[in-house]
Design a protein around this ligand. Sequence first.
Ligand SMILES: Nc1ncnc2c1ncn2[C@@H]1O[C@H](COP(=O)(O)OP(=O)(O)OP(=O)(O)O)[C@@H](O)[C@H]1O
Ligand SMILES: [Mg+2]
Length: 234
Amino acid sequence: MGGNLVKTGIKGLDKQLGGGIPEGALVMVTGSPGTGKTILGMEFLYNGATRYDEPGIMVTFEETAEALVEQARQFNWDIVGAQKQKKLVIAALPANKIEKDSIETIVKIIAKNNIKRLVIDSISTLAFNTPTLSDKALSVEDMSVKRFIYSFIYRIRETGVTGLLISQNSNNGNLSVDGVSEFICDGIISLKFQPMGGAYSRSLIIQKMRNAKNDEDLHPVEISNSGVVVHTLG
Ligand SMILES: Nc1ncnc2c1ncn2[C@@H]1O[C@H](COP(=O)(O)OP(=O)(O)OP(=O)(O)O)[C@@H](O)[C@H]1O
Ligand SMILES: [Mg+2]
């Protein structure tokens, strides 16, 4: 990791990160369904593509490229334009097609397109579809899942990209379903859905950020018609 900071460009977030995400860091974005993880990931990539001249890749096991483009249209993000300019790659891989060497395909796309930013949506789906797991019908608690996730993240780290690894909250007390990715990641941004009768139902906490002076407060999050906005209380 160098000393450079990668700006997310997401309103209110870089300030809380102490300027941005340390270059080369892999940050887990964790939260329950509907908290805005995918939108936040797409905005990180779209801002990189259009404002910071940093090509990005969205690796999704959950949605089609068309669905992502359609969602982005609501925020007036011209994803297709960014794709045409080779600033944004959407690699949509159905979960049941995940193989041991899927990561090598991703690494090749990263090298070929000079990719600087990456989003994986999601590490949880990856864990649930660990190749040995689906072959042998073992549980997600199995050690082979941890090993698969560990080597997958390790390969991504070797490429030097700055990444957001989206993760669904598990229901067993760990932050992730695999139980290891939260320790491997350099940072954790945690999103919560909790309607409190006020203007905002979502909130964000930067729970961990190695080598950075991040803020540790709870911040209301708004999904506005131009994307994610991180507010400050008080
Ligand atoms: N244009 C919009 N304006 C305001 N809110 C929106 C808009 N589009 C989507 N949302 C809200 O964002 C939510 C979806 O966000 P997103 O898909 O990023 O969630 P997620 O955390 O990725 O969910 P999941 O875990 O199910 O994939 C929707 O449920 C909706 O409440
Ligand atoms: Mg999502």
